[in-house]
Design a protein around this ligand. Structure first.
Ligand code: FBP
Length: 549
């Protein structure tokens, strides 16, 4: 296999570890914890893993441990740094006892159920250090939530002598990790389950988890591309660029990219919902900015659109909630099966309330169709398939034409469309993600050697130099509450959306009028791995603003 010069040079990079993880550790326990919501229900559902303390690691005495084996699973969408979590885990496990083995389950949680695995040897590991992607073992979106899957899992875990399983995933995958930890603890199977916070979306964060890994690199990659587009835009001065950004529901990616690049407009879904804006309100807001810039002779601009926007428009949100209900079979809790798409659409139309049907029918036909048909295995609407950037620019053009017909000056409007998502998910991890991910993985090995289960690996204080980072673990039950999913109430990790009273949004809101009217573009350029620390080692503006609070 031919490999790039960057990959060769990057392979030699030794990720940094927090001081506490550089030698033997001892686990310091905090107070007993509570879940963030629905305490009584969560406690009843997780009697063996509820209420455990937050753990912090400090320097401790070396102890000899008998050899043990560990399994690892990559779950859900790719995020830069996944290979570093695995290399940190690998090095951590081997440092405890060189006889220890690490097994990777192939193509996500399905690999555990189907008994598909490989041993991660040092030769294999060395080919993937500090690289982007999840291809060392692959990922998948199979939901691990049924007893029969857990039982299939224990068969292979026992066969391979695996004492602990590390699940690297987002909120849904870590919810499932928590259910699995509880199940194995209740059955006294002697297998520990540890989670690691992954997702470019940045929505798996809370008081304990500062950020999910991959968010930093993905946002820097998109910001480079947005900056390049803005430079083109400011050179040619003839297009409005509508740029949709991945992130599923939360707008963290769009907001972070706005903070890095200062576009003319950035929509924030959480604000659209809070202000109860309609689709027409959103379109009017953009069209007004286009007209205002045209009045200054600027017939160009950039608009950032979060992927989940459409489902935050209150009327559409209600519609989606009802679609989720009617498309779930109440008997099985699974998605209903249909012979074909037309049958599914007819079923939807005959099942939903009149007012929701009216909203569905008011949408362009292609968007309505996508809303009715596409679901991921967790029952989420597949927002990444909805071409919001085209929908909005089409509607802005129509509005500007109507204004022109009324005699209002709107200048020229010509649009280009982009969707950035897959471009950033497998980028080579930034120094921040390389260090953070390696530390998360290494730290997971210490949670295992300390006998913990139902914990998520956490690394805190990450805006300080890595030496000063704080390593430990948080019980996953602590992040849970009950939410309606797929037509049923379920215990899930609470998703972190953009907080409108949080520092990142407030900073953006204080500057956006100026950015809209004037051309204040910033061009961040590509991620740098070597060079001055202020260029190479800075994390996201979101995290810096949050930590400054
Ligand atoms: P995870 O939450 O699993 O990390 O996935 C994030 C994400 O990249 C979202 O931003 C996006 O909506 C989705 O995955 C796309 O999924 P797919 O890879 O299945 O197209």
């Amino acid at each position: 296999m031919e490999i790039s010069a960057l990959q060769i040079a990057r392979a030699a990079y030794q990720p940094k570890l927090p001081k506490a993880l550089q030698g033997p550790v001892k686990a310091v326990e905090g107070e007993a914890t509570q879940s963030v919501g629905n305490q009584e229900e969560i406690k009843a559902l997780f009697p063996n893993t509820y209420g455990m303390p937050v753990i912090t690691f400090e320097a401790g005495e070396k102890t000899e441990l008998p050899a043990f084996n560990v399994g690892v699973i990559l779950s859900g969408g790719q995020a830069p740094g996944g290979h570093n979590v695995i290399s940190g885990l690998f090095d951590g496990v081997k440092s405890l006892n060189p006889e220890n083995k690490l097994y990777g389950f192939i193509l996500g949680p399905g690999g555990l159920v189907d008994h598909k695995y490989i041993e991660i040897t040092s030769e294999l590991m060395d080919q993937y250090r500090n690289t982007g992607g999840f291809d060392i073992i692959g990922s998948g979106r199979t939901k691990l939530e049924k007893e029969e899957q857990f039982e299939k899992g224990i068969e292979i875990l026992r066969e391979l002598g695996i004492k602990a399983l590390v699940i690297i995933g987002g909120d849904d995958s870590n919810t499932n990790a928590c259910v699995l930890a509880e199940y194995y603890a209740a059955k006294k199977y002697g297998v520990q389950v540890i989670g690691c916070p992954k997702t470019i979306d940045g929505d798996l964060k809370n008081e304990q988890i500062e950020t999910s890994f991959g968010f930093d690199t993905a946002c820097k990659t998109y910001s480079e591309l947005i900056g390049n587009i803005q430079r083109d835009c400011n050179s040619a001065r003839k297009y409005w660029h509508f740029i949709k950004l991945m992130g599923r529901s939360a707008s963290h990616i769009a907001l972070e990219c706005a903070l890095q690049t200062q576009p003319n407009i950035c929509l924030v879904s959480e604000e659209v919902e809070a202000k109860e804006m309609s689709l027409d309100d959103v379109v009017t807001y953009i069209a007004q900015a286009v007209a205002d810039r045209a009045a200054d002779g600027n017939n160009f601009g950039t608009v950032l659109i979060p992927e989940g926007l459409i489902e935050f428009i209150p009327a559409i949100k209600k519609l989606i909630a009802e679609l989720n209900e009617v498309l779930t079979d109440p008997a099985t809790g699974e998605s209903r099966e249909f012979a074909n798409a037309e049958e599914q659409i007819a079923f939807v139309k005959s099942s939903i309330a009149k007012e929701n049907l009216a909203v569905l029918e008011s949408l362009p036909a292609d968007v309505a169709r996508q809303l009715c048909l596409d679901r991921d295995p967790h029952g989420n609407v597949q927002v990444s398939l909805i071409e919001t950037e085209k929908l909005l620019s089409r509607m802005v053009a129509t509005k500007l034409n109507a204004w022109k017909a009324e005699g209002k000056f709107c200048g020229k409007f010509s649009a280009q469309h982009h969707f950035f998502g897959y471009e950033g998910r497998c980028a080579a991890p930034s120094n921040y993600d390389a260090d953070y991910c390696y530390s998360l993985g290494f730290n997971a090995s210490r949670l295992i050697s300390n006998g913990k289960t139902g914990y998520m690996s956490i690394i805190q204080n990450t805006t300080a130099p890595a030496e000063q980072w704080i390593a430990g673990g948080v019980p996953i039950t602590m992040m849970m509450n009950i939410e309606r999913r797929n037509g049923a109430n379920k215990p899930v990790i609470r998703k972190a959306l953009v907080e409108l009273d949080g520092a990142p949004f407030k900073f953006f809101a204080a500057h956006r009028e100026e950015w809209a009217k004037n051309t204040c573009y910033v061009y961040p350029g590509p991620i740098q791995y070597w060079g001055p620390t202020e260029v190479c080692d800075q994390t996201t503006k979101t995290l810096k603003l949050e930590q400054a609070k």
